[in-house]
Design a protein around this ligand. Structure first.
Ligand code: SAH
Length: 394
């Protein structure tokens, strides 16, 4: 098999994104304010505006003197993300937002309203270096890491959309955040952790969303899972397993060349033991690739004594699977050639194979759900986010 390229470090950046309030811990915000000659209580006022009222426009903060508002805007609340376009489906209950960052880089987030919750799926990197052949984001490579401010800003924007009643059904509260948009969160560990703290810290210093309502999904960077265990924040951990055997996983999730199935599950078990939180196993069902009865059986045996829940995701189409012929070569994209054959022409499992897969797992007592995938019509479903590619064509 060809050597598969994994990218852990972002390419050198031209201009760093401006520093933002949300890049800092609450104490650091106060320290910076004091250094700038601003009383520390102003940091609290900023928190109330930003994290409680979801207001990122200091110009409108009338409890703060006008000239100070400008200082705050420059030093603490620079505009990090600008909405380029929104596309909706499900009668408006699913909405994909395309954001432009300060350097023109594009990322996407997806907001989904359900009867009992509203979830935002956010991006932690522009592009991704993990190279999973069935994921559109991976096919485009890694552009750069997002800062904590840029990640948090997506959540604040979603919370604002919920609070202002922009979604059909009227005002609501943003209840869940999933790191399942563009990027591998564990490959941008520090910024992701800062943003998780911003999301879970009670108001006014954070958004006050409970850690159990935040899901971090990873390809299985074991060193990241080990670090997360030490943080003491019981977010829900999701591991993109996609097959129970190393042989196929080496191709489906190339990071498997570093950390094998056994090691990933051992790390997830340790996470479960320390946090008491059941973890999720994500499994994209790909017709005739990973959906065979014997694989369901092997997965059932692997998970039957573990505190894990399987989330099956019918494979969503990506440009690689739809328009292989028109895809630019890796050379044209300025990166080394990758193993391209996997992914070509792949599609979701037959309903009968999917049903059998579910039954087999259930026969082992393994809890399993098939993800009610949202946003396929707007290329907003799992693995379809590829903002940069779409707009460069437009
Ligand atoms: N990098 C992280 C988070 C991003 S994707 C991770 O891989 O876990 C969130 C989930 O969508 C992952 O389980 C990913 O494998 C899955 N996914 C990617 N492409 C997909 C596709 N085309 N169809 C269905 N699921 C896909």
């Amino acid at each position: 098999m060809d050597e598969i390229k994994l990218v852990f470090d972002e390419p050198k950046q031209r201009v760093k994104p401006p520093k933002h309030f949300a890049d800092l811990a609450p104490e650091e915000r106060k320290v910076l304010a004091t250094e700038l000659g601003i009383p520390a209580y102003r940091a609290n006022q900023m928190s109330v505006h930003f994290f409680n009222h979801y207001n990122d426009d200091p110009d409108t903060w009338t409890d703060i003197p006008k000239d100070l508002r400008e200082t705050l805007a420059t030093n603490f609340i620079p505009k990090l993300i600008t909405l380029v376009k929104s596309v909706t489906t499900d009668s408006g209950k699913t909405r994909k937002d395309l954001w432009r960052l300060h350097d023109g880089v594009l990322v996407e987030s997806v907001l989904m309203r359900y009867s009992d919750r509203t979830t935002v799926c956010i991006s932690s990197q522009a592009g991704c270096g993990m190279n999973c052949p069935f994921c559109a984001t991976g096919q485009a490579g890694l552009t750069r890491n997002l800062t904590a401010g840029e990640i948090t800003a997506q959540v604040v924007a979603a919370a604002r959309i919920c609070a202002t009643g922009e979604l059909p059904g009227g005002e609501t509260r943003l209840s869940n955040v999933v790191f399942m948009g563009m990027g591998e969160p564990m490959a941008n560990y520090n910024a992701v952790m800062r943003s998780i703290r911003n999301i879970t810290t009670p108001q006014p210093d954070g958004l006050g969303i409970s850690a159990r309502s935040v899901t971090l999904s990873t390809v299985g960077l074991v060193n990241g899972i080990e670090k997360l265990i030490e943080e003491g924040i019981p977010v829900t951990l999701a591991v993109s397993l996609h097959t129970p055997d190393d042989e196929l996983r080496d191709t489906l999730v190339p990071i498997n060349s570093r950390w094998k199935v056994k090691e990933v599950l051992a790390a997830a078990d340790k996470y479960e033991a320390r946090t008491g939180r059941r973890y999720s196993i994500e499994y994209a069902l790909i017709r005739d690739i990973n959906d065979q009865a014997w694989r369901a059986d092997l997965l059932g045996r692997l998970l039957k004594n573990r505190n894990a829940h399987v989330n099956l995701i019918p494979l969503n189409p990506t440009p690689g699977s739809k328009w292989t012929a028109s895809r630019p070569s890796d050379e044209a994209l300025g990166r080394e050639a990758v193993h391209l054959e996997p992914g070509v022409g792949w599609t979701a499992s037959r309903p009968s194979d999917e049903a059998e897969f579910v039954r087999t797992l259930e026969s082992y007592g393994v809890p399993v759900t098939v993800r009610d995938t949202r946003g396929r019509e707007i290329d907003g479903a799992c693995g379809q986010l590829a903002a940069a590619e779409i707009t460069s064509e437009a």
